[in-house]
Design a protein around this ligand. Sequence first.
Ligand SMILES: NC(=O)c1ccc[n+]([C@@H]2O[C@H](COP(=O)([O-])OP(=O)(O)OC[C@H]3O[C@@H](n4cnc5c(N)ncnc54)[C@H](OP(=O)(O)O)[C@@H]3O)[C@@H](O)[C@H]2O)c1
Length: 236
Amino acid sequence: MNYQIAIVTGAGKGIGKAIALALAKQGCDIVVASRTQSDIDKVAREIEQLGRKSLAIRCDVSVEEDVQRLINETFKQFARIDILVNNAGIGTFASVADLNVSDFDKMWETNMRGTFLCTKAVLPYMKEQKSGEIINIASLAGRNAFKGGAGYAATKWAMIGFARCLMLEVREHNIRVITICPGSVDTDFHPESSKGKDTSRVPKAEDIAKIVVDALKMPRHVMVSEIDVRPTNPNW
Ligand SMILES: NC(=O)c1ccc[n+]([C@@H]2O[C@H](COP(=O)([O-])OP(=O)(O)OC[C@H]3O[C@@H](n4cnc5c(N)ncnc54)[C@H](OP(=O)(O)O)[C@@H]3O)[C@@H](O)[C@H]2O)c1
Protein backbone atom coordinates (compact mmCIF):
# COMPACT_ATOMS: atom_id res chain seq x y z
CA MET A 1 0.00 0.00 0.00
CA ASN A 2 1.17 3.51 -0.73
CA TYR A 3 -0.31 4.99 2.41
CA GLN A 4 1.69 6.34 5.27
CA ILE A 5 -0.32 7.81 8.10
CA ALA A 6 -3.53 6.39 9.55
CA ILE A 7 -5.72 7.52 12.45
CA VAL A 8 -7.83 4.78 14.05
CA THR A 9 -10.47 5.77 16.61
CA GLY A 10 -11.52 3.28 19.28
CA ALA A 11 -8.16 1.57 18.76
CA GLY A 12 -7.69 0.46 22.37
CA LYS A 13 -9.24 -2.94 21.77
CA GLY A 14 -11.48 -5.02 19.52
CA ILE A 15 -11.91 -4.13 15.88
CA GLY A 16 -10.05 -0.81 16.11
CA LYS A 17 -6.97 -2.41 17.63
CA ALA A 18 -6.99 -5.13 14.96
CA ILE A 19 -7.27 -2.54 12.18
CA ALA A 20 -4.45 -0.46 13.68
CA LEU A 21 -2.12 -3.48 13.81
CA ALA A 22 -3.11 -4.67 10.33
CA LEU A 23 -2.41 -1.24 8.81
CA ALA A 24 0.93 -1.10 10.64
CA LYS A 25 1.82 -4.48 9.09
CA GLN A 26 1.07 -2.88 5.70
CA GLY A 27 3.67 -0.19 6.44
CA CYS A 28 1.56 2.63 7.90
CA ASP A 29 2.46 4.72 10.92
CA ILE A 30 -0.58 4.81 13.17
CA VAL A 31 -2.23 7.28 15.50
CA VAL A 32 -4.34 5.32 17.96
CA ALA A 33 -7.15 7.07 19.83
CA SER A 34 -9.62 6.16 22.55
CA ARG A 35 -10.63 7.42 26.00
CA THR A 36 -8.45 4.94 27.93
CA GLN A 37 -4.81 6.00 27.74
CA SER A 38 -3.43 2.69 29.09
CA ASP A 39 -5.17 0.71 26.31
CA ILE A 40 -3.88 2.86 23.47
CA ASP A 41 -0.39 3.06 25.00
CA LYS A 42 -0.28 -0.75 24.86
CA VAL A 43 -1.41 -0.83 21.23
CA ALA A 44 1.11 1.88 20.33
CA ARG A 45 3.90 -0.28 21.81
CA GLU A 46 2.74 -3.26 19.74
CA ILE A 47 2.83 -1.10 16.61
CA GLU A 48 6.34 0.09 17.45
CA GLN A 49 7.40 -3.55 17.86
CA LEU A 50 6.28 -4.03 14.25
CA GLY A 51 8.79 -1.36 13.25
CA ARG A 52 6.31 1.46 12.64
CA LYS A 53 5.85 4.78 14.42
CA SER A 54 2.81 5.26 16.63
CA LEU A 55 1.21 8.02 18.64
CA ALA A 56 -1.38 7.28 21.36
CA ILE A 57 -3.74 10.21 21.80
CA ARG A 58 -6.48 10.16 24.40
CA CYS A 59 -9.60 11.34 22.64
CA ASP A 60 -13.33 11.17 23.19
CA VAL A 61 -14.61 11.36 19.62
CA SER A 62 -17.82 13.06 20.76
CA VAL A 63 -15.86 16.07 22.11
CA GLU A 64 -14.97 18.61 19.44
CA GLU A 65 -11.84 19.92 21.24
CA ASP A 66 -10.52 16.35 21.68
CA VAL A 67 -10.99 15.62 17.99
CA GLN A 68 -9.35 18.87 16.94
CA ARG A 69 -6.36 18.06 19.18
CA LEU A 70 -6.17 14.53 17.72
CA ILE A 71 -6.03 15.84 14.17
CA ASN A 72 -3.68 18.76 14.98
CA GLU A 73 -1.22 16.51 16.85
CA THR A 74 -1.28 13.98 14.03
CA PHE A 75 -0.48 16.60 11.42
CA LYS A 76 2.17 18.20 13.63
CA GLN A 77 3.92 14.85 14.05
CA PHE A 78 3.49 13.31 10.60
CA ALA A 79 2.65 16.22 8.23
CA ARG A 80 -0.08 14.25 6.45
CA ILE A 81 -3.19 12.14 7.08
CA ASP A 82 -3.85 9.36 4.58
CA ILE A 83 -6.43 7.20 6.34
CA LEU A 84 -9.11 7.90 8.94
CA VAL A 85 -10.87 4.90 10.45
CA ASN A 86 -14.10 5.96 12.18
CA ASN A 87 -14.37 2.90 14.41
CA ALA A 88 -15.12 4.18 17.94
CA GLY A 89 -18.60 3.05 18.84
CA ILE A 90 -20.83 1.89 21.69
CA GLY A 91 -24.09 0.00 21.89
CA THR A 92 -26.78 -0.21 24.56
CA PHE A 93 -29.51 -2.66 23.69
CA ALA A 94 -32.98 -2.22 25.18
CA SER A 95 -36.50 -1.74 23.95
CA VAL A 96 -37.53 1.84 23.21
CA ALA A 97 -39.67 1.76 26.35
CA ASP A 98 -36.69 0.74 28.48
CA LEU A 99 -33.79 2.60 26.82
CA ASN A 100 -32.43 5.40 29.05
CA VAL A 101 -32.35 8.82 27.43
CA SER A 102 -28.72 9.22 28.52
CA ASP A 103 -27.73 5.91 26.85
CA PHE A 104 -29.56 6.96 23.69
CA ASP A 105 -27.71 10.30 23.68
CA LYS A 106 -24.32 8.67 24.34
CA MET A 107 -24.73 6.33 21.37
CA TRP A 108 -25.56 9.25 19.07
CA GLU A 109 -22.71 11.34 20.41
CA THR A 110 -20.14 8.57 19.96
CA ASN A 111 -21.30 6.72 16.88
CA MET A 112 -22.65 9.54 14.73
CA ARG A 113 -21.40 12.86 16.14
CA GLY A 114 -17.93 11.29 16.55
CA THR A 115 -17.91 10.13 12.95
CA PHE A 116 -19.00 13.58 11.78
CA LEU A 117 -16.43 15.45 13.91
CA CYS A 118 -13.47 13.26 12.91
CA THR A 119 -14.43 13.29 9.23
CA LYS A 120 -14.95 17.05 9.15
CA ALA A 121 -11.59 17.60 10.82
CA VAL A 122 -9.54 15.50 8.37
CA LEU A 123 -11.19 16.71 5.16
CA PRO A 124 -9.15 19.93 4.74
CA TYR A 125 -5.91 17.89 4.94
CA MET A 126 -7.12 15.19 2.55
CA LYS A 127 -8.44 17.76 0.07
CA GLU A 128 -5.10 19.59 0.17
CA GLN A 129 -3.25 16.29 -0.42
CA LYS A 130 -5.75 15.41 -3.16
CA SER A 131 -6.09 11.94 -1.69
CA GLY A 132 -7.46 10.16 1.35
CA GLU A 133 -9.34 7.17 2.67
CA ILE A 134 -12.21 7.38 5.14
CA ILE A 135 -13.26 4.02 6.56
CA ASN A 136 -16.46 3.84 8.59
CA ILE A 137 -17.22 0.86 10.78
CA ALA A 138 -21.01 0.83 10.68
CA SER A 139 -22.98 -2.40 11.24
CA LEU A 140 -25.55 -4.76 9.78
CA ALA A 141 -27.65 -3.21 12.55
CA GLY A 142 -27.72 -0.23 10.18
CA ARG A 143 -29.54 -2.38 7.63
CA ASN A 144 -31.65 -4.84 9.61
CA ALA A 145 -34.25 -4.23 12.29
CA PHE A 146 -34.25 -6.24 15.50
CA LYS A 147 -35.99 -5.98 18.85
CA GLY A 148 -33.98 -4.00 21.40
CA GLY A 149 -31.86 -2.38 18.69
CA ALA A 150 -33.74 0.86 17.96
CA GLY A 151 -31.28 3.24 19.63
CA TYR A 152 -28.11 1.59 18.32
CA ALA A 153 -29.48 0.67 14.89
CA ALA A 154 -30.63 4.25 14.32
CA THR A 155 -27.06 5.51 14.80
CA LYS A 156 -25.68 2.94 12.36
CA TRP A 157 -28.46 3.61 9.84
CA ALA A 158 -27.45 7.27 10.14
CA MET A 159 -23.76 6.46 9.65
CA ILE A 160 -24.55 4.68 6.39
CA GLY A 161 -26.62 7.62 5.12
CA PHE A 162 -23.91 10.06 6.20
CA ALA A 163 -21.23 8.02 4.41
CA ARG A 164 -23.23 7.79 1.18
CA CYS A 165 -23.67 11.57 1.00
CA LEU A 166 -20.04 12.14 2.00
CA MET A 167 -18.82 9.77 -0.71
CA LEU A 168 -20.63 11.77 -3.39
CA GLU A 169 -19.12 15.01 -2.04
CA VAL A 170 -15.50 13.94 -1.75
CA ARG A 171 -14.73 11.39 -4.47
CA GLU A 172 -14.00 14.28 -6.86
CA HIS A 173 -11.13 15.14 -4.48
CA ASN A 174 -9.74 11.61 -4.85
CA ILE A 175 -10.98 10.70 -1.37
CA ARG A 176 -12.55 7.25 -1.04
CA VAL A 177 -15.25 6.50 1.53
CA ILE A 178 -15.54 2.84 2.47
CA THR A 179 -18.22 1.66 4.89
CA ILE A 180 -17.96 -1.76 6.50
CA CYS A 181 -21.14 -3.30 7.97
CA PRO A 182 -20.23 -6.26 10.17
CA GLY A 183 -22.77 -8.54 11.77
CA SER A 184 -21.67 -10.12 15.03
CA VAL A 185 -17.93 -9.87 15.67
CA ASP A 186 -16.23 -11.69 18.54
CA THR A 187 -15.14 -8.73 20.75
CA ASP A 188 -15.94 -7.23 24.17
CA PHE A 189 -18.70 -5.19 22.49
CA HIS A 190 -21.41 -7.59 23.69
CA PRO A 191 -19.76 -9.79 26.30
CA GLU A 192 -23.07 -11.00 27.69
CA SER A 193 -24.30 -12.46 24.44
CA SER A 194 -21.07 -14.38 23.79
CA LYS A 195 -20.86 -15.93 27.27
CA GLY A 196 -20.80 -19.70 27.06
CA LYS A 197 -21.41 -19.72 23.31
CA ASP A 198 -19.23 -21.29 20.67
CA THR A 199 -17.73 -18.31 18.83
CA SER A 200 -15.30 -20.31 16.73
CA ARG A 201 -17.14 -19.52 13.49
CA VAL A 202 -18.03 -15.93 14.34
CA PRO A 203 -15.96 -13.29 12.52
CA LYS A 204 -13.01 -12.03 14.57
CA ALA A 205 -11.74 -8.46 14.80
CA GLU A 206 -8.79 -9.56 12.63
CA ASP A 207 -11.23 -10.64 9.88
CA ILE A 208 -12.71 -7.13 9.78
CA ALA A 209 -9.19 -5.68 9.70
CA LYS A 210 -8.33 -7.89 6.72
CA ILE A 211 -11.43 -6.66 4.90
CA VAL A 212 -10.34 -3.05 5.51
CA VAL A 213 -6.85 -3.75 4.16
CA ASP A 214 -8.24 -5.62 1.12
CA ALA A 215 -10.63 -2.76 0.31
CA LEU A 216 -7.77 -0.25 0.57
CA LYS A 217 -5.70 -2.38 -1.81
CA MET A 218 -8.26 -2.02 -4.61
CA PRO A 219 -6.83 0.01 -7.50
CA ARG A 220 -7.03 3.69 -6.61
CA HIS A 221 -9.55 4.41 -9.42
CA VAL A 222 -11.99 1.94 -7.82
CA MET A 223 -13.94 2.43 -4.59
CA VAL A 224 -15.73 -0.41 -2.82
CA SER A 225 -18.12 1.86 -1.02
CA GLU A 226 -20.01 -0.61 1.21
CA ILE A 227 -19.23 -4.10 2.45
CA ASP A 228 -21.59 -6.33 4.46
CA VAL A 229 -19.92 -8.96 6.64
CA ARG A 230 -21.92 -11.90 7.94
CA PRO A 231 -21.02 -14.85 10.12
CA THR A 232 -21.43 -18.21 8.42
CA ASN A 233 -23.04 -19.57 11.59
CA PRO A 234 -26.38 -17.79 11.97
CA ASN A 235 -27.27 -19.73 15.12
CA TRP A 236 -24.56 -18.15 17.26
N1 LIG B 1 -18.49 -6.37 17.85
C1 LIG B 1 -19.52 -6.41 17.04
O1 LIG B 1 -20.31 -7.38 17.00
C2 LIG B 1 -19.77 -5.28 16.08
C3 LIG B 1 -20.62 -5.52 14.98
C4 LIG B 1 -20.86 -4.50 14.09
C5 LIG B 1 -20.27 -3.26 14.26
N2 LIG B 1 -19.47 -3.04 15.33
C6 LIG B 1 -18.88 -1.70 15.48
O2 LIG B 1 -17.48 -1.82 15.48
C7 LIG B 1 -16.89 -0.75 16.23
C8 LIG B 1 -15.89 -1.33 17.22
O3 LIG B 1 -16.56 -2.25 18.05
P1 LIG B 1 -15.80 -3.37 18.91
O4 LIG B 1 -16.58 -4.61 18.77
O5 LIG B 1 -14.35 -3.39 18.58
O6 LIG B 1 -16.06 -2.77 20.37
P2 LIG B 1 -15.12 -2.73 21.68
O7 LIG B 1 -14.31 -3.97 21.77
O8 LIG B 1 -16.05 -2.38 22.78
O9 LIG B 1 -14.12 -1.49 21.39
C9 LIG B 1 -14.61 -0.19 21.24
C10 LIG B 1 -13.47 0.80 21.26
O10 LIG B 1 -14.03 2.12 21.04
C11 LIG B 1 -13.54 2.98 22.08
N3 LIG B 1 -14.51 4.05 22.34
C12 LIG B 1 -15.75 3.93 22.84
N4 LIG B 1 -16.31 5.15 22.97
C13 LIG B 1 -15.39 6.05 22.55
C14 LIG B 1 -15.36 7.47 22.46
N5 LIG B 1 -16.39 8.22 22.83
N6 LIG B 1 -14.25 8.06 21.97
C15 LIG B 1 -13.18 7.32 21.59
N7 LIG B 1 -13.14 5.98 21.66
C16 LIG B 1 -14.24 5.36 22.14
C17 LIG B 1 -13.31 2.06 23.27
O11 LIG B 1 -12.34 2.58 24.18
P3 LIG B 1 -12.70 3.53 25.42
O12 LIG B 1 -13.96 3.00 26.03
O13 LIG B 1 -11.49 3.40 26.27
O14 LIG B 1 -12.85 4.89 24.83
C18 LIG B 1 -12.72 0.82 22.58
O15 LIG B 1 -11.35 1.00 22.34
C19 LIG B 1 -18.07 -0.01 16.88
O16 LIG B 1 -18.38 1.13 16.11
C20 LIG B 1 -19.21 -1.01 16.79
O17 LIG B 1 -20.47 -0.36 16.73
C21 LIG B 1 -19.19 -4.03 16.25
